[in-house]
Design a protein around this ligand. Structure first.
Ligand code: FAD
Length: 527
């Protein structure tokens, strides 16, 4: 399933937004064509106080700010600017990944067991920067994950509000599902339009399913700039400090400060505010305020290996323009088709279909809980448009854990990101399981391949993990409140105690939706 681009334009209505840095200059006419800023106020000088301050206008933060703004004044602080118009066109998504105005251009630290064939043994980790966050960069695959993913969160936290059944109404609330399917699972009145694969993509999906059948996989239908927080001597969060055009500003939150700066941004802000492992804070010259061991730890991601290419030589396929070939497809008629119907070669995001498999030996098989995801990517092979299909194996149940640390006490320095891929031998076993049908190469070949040409599927999460208060690594409780600080929450991908077994954007939006409800409920009861 695919969300259409720019979901934030409808969820941002009614929210006051402070854009802290934006060096991207857009023609006003282009902005008005693609972005609706009508009821949203973009401020250069905000008031001194708001009920809530939300930091980060990404998948979770934009939604959360919208929900809170129905009842309260909300200041949404975003480091990036308004999106570049071409970001709304799916086929251009890969071109945006390296643009410093649209992206936080992070690199991991050199890896020991992976990335061995990459420059400096590092992996490039782009994160979205702007109104819409990483949803502005993403490849539009909309898969919720497996119900067990969320039931697992409920077990880890001891709080049933995070079980799949309990989250289902919140998934539905954000969705405007345009395909066919049961109303029990799909919402139709939310802000994010979700459509099933278009007809031409479906043909490709069928090819993918045929191939899966041929390999004996059973087929089942699955749905699916910076600042610090101001904290007083009693550990109450009372506002934020940010920098704008070279000046430091402070804004007060009458009720709460909420961090939605993503799995890298949120732990960075906590650390710069003195909330985190004391030893690490002292090493970088930050005075510890709250010793919270788990901040930045438990870094999770879907590590992957791109196998292939598998070329479709059938002429009828290659003539159907499944993929975007610049020399062939940069034509006015394709632009017109895209603007008129949202279809054609420009609507292609590259991510075409997905499958989930269970490895044989693991606990996951006993629980019917997939631990490997296959991603089918369509890449044009040449100017004739011959289609190459590449499969990425996504290791869902990875045991290795990474960490985000600060490089210094300068908030503008990029952090040290260590995903620690393949640290645990179980993870390489999963890769080999994912490749087991590819008999034309040996296990040794696939292991060498995965360790050298390691790729991320861009799903960092878990760095402010939700959990029981008795667990020393817990950063937020199951109401998303930061342990040891009053009036401060985290609501984004960083709170996932375990990564879901699919692309994670729907999980981020449900965290925003569920988080908003938890906060509003508490506010109404405390009146
Ligand atoms: C290339 C790519 C492709 C992807 N494809 C898919 C896909 O097809 N399907 C899918 O489900 N998922 C996909 N994802 C992942 C998904 O989009 C993200 O996991 C999700 O959007 C993260 O949401 P979030 O709310 O946690 O954070 P984000 O959406 O990253 O929001 C964080 C926001 O906070 C802002 N911020 C950070 N620090 C500060 C600060 N100090 N001050 C102010 N603002 C700050 C950032 O600029 C950003 O706007 C993809 C990701 C990438 C990079």
């Amino acid at each position: 399933m695919y969300p259409l681009r720019l979901p934030f334009q409808s969820v941002m209505k009614g929210v006051i937004v402070l854009i802290l840095t934006t060096s991207y200059r857009l023609l006003p006419s282009m902005i008005s064509k693609y972005v609706t800023l009508d009821k949203m106020m973009v401020l250069n000088s905000p008031a001194k106080e708001y009920d809530f301050i939300v930091v980060g206008a990404g998948s979770a933060g934009a939604l959360l700010a919208n929900r809170l703004s129905k009842y309260y004044t909300v200041l949404l602080i975003e480091a990036g600017g308004t999106p570049f118009p071409l970001q709304s066109v799916p086929v251009f998504a890969p071109l945006m990944l390296d643009n410093k105005d649209l992206t936080w251009r992070y690199f991991t630290v050199p890896q020991k067991y992976s990335c061995l064939g990459l420059v400096n043994k590092t992996s490039y980790w782009p994160r979205g920067r702007g109104l819409g966050g990483t949803s502005l960069l993403n490849f539009l695959a909309w898969i919720r994950g497996h119900p067990r993913d969320y039931d697992n969160w409920a077990e880890i936290t001891g709080d049933k509000r995070w079980s799949y059944e309990s989250l289902l109404p919140y998934f539905k609330r954000t969705e405007n599902y345009l395909g066919k399917g049961s109303d029990r699972y799909h919402g139709h009145s939310g802000e994010i339009p979700i459509s099933t694969a278009r007809d031409r993509d479906k043909t490709l999906v069928n090819v993918f399913l045929e191939a899966a059948k041929e390999l004996d996989y059973p087929i089942t239908d699955l749905n699916a700039p910076l600042m610090k927080v101001l904290i007083d001597n009693q550990n109450n969060a009372y506002g934020v400090q940010y920098e704008h055009k070279g000046h430091l500003h402070k804004v007060r939150a009458l009720r709460e400060v909420i961090l939605s700066a993503g799995a890298i941004g949120s732990p960075m802000i906590l650390l710069h505010s003195g909330i985190g492992p004391s030893e690490h804070l002292q090493q970088v010259g930050i005075k510890p305020r709250v010793n919270l061991a788990g901040v930045g730890k438990n870094l999770l991601d879907h590590v992957s290996a791109l196998v292939g290419p598998f070329t479709i030589t059938n002429e009828s396929f290659s003539q159907q323009h499944f993929t975007f070939v610049p020399a062939r497809d940069s034509r006015p008629s394709n632009v017109i088709q895209y603007l008129a119907s949202g279809d054609g070669p420009l609507a292609q995001s590259g991510s075409m279909a997905s499958g989930f498999i269970l490895s044989n030996k693991s606990f996951y098989t006993a629980n019917q809980w997939p631990d490997i995801q296959l991603l089918l990517l369509g890449i044009p092979q040449d100017d004739e448009g011959l289609l190459t299909l590449s499969k990425a194996f996504n290791i869902d149940a990875a045991t290795s854990r990474g960490q985000i640390k600060l490089a210094s006490n300068n908030p503008f320095d990029p952090p040290l990101i260590d995903p620690n891929y393949y640290d645990h031998p179980d993870d390489m076993n999963l890769v080999l399981k994912g490749c087991e049908k590819l008999r034309f190469k040996s296990d040794e070949y696939w292991e060498c391949f995965a360790r050298h040409l390691t790729i991320t599927v861009f799903h960092p999460s878990g760095t402010c993990a939700m959990g029981k208060l008795t667990n020393p690594e817990t950063v937020v409780d199951s109401s998303l409140r930061v342990k040891g600080v009053r009036g401060l929450r985290v609501v984004d991908a960083s709170i996932m105690p375990q990564i879901v077994s699919s692309n994670i954007n729907p999980a981020c939006t449900v965290i925003g939706e569920r988080g908003a409800y938890i906060i509003l409920n508490e506010q109404f009861h405390n009146k």
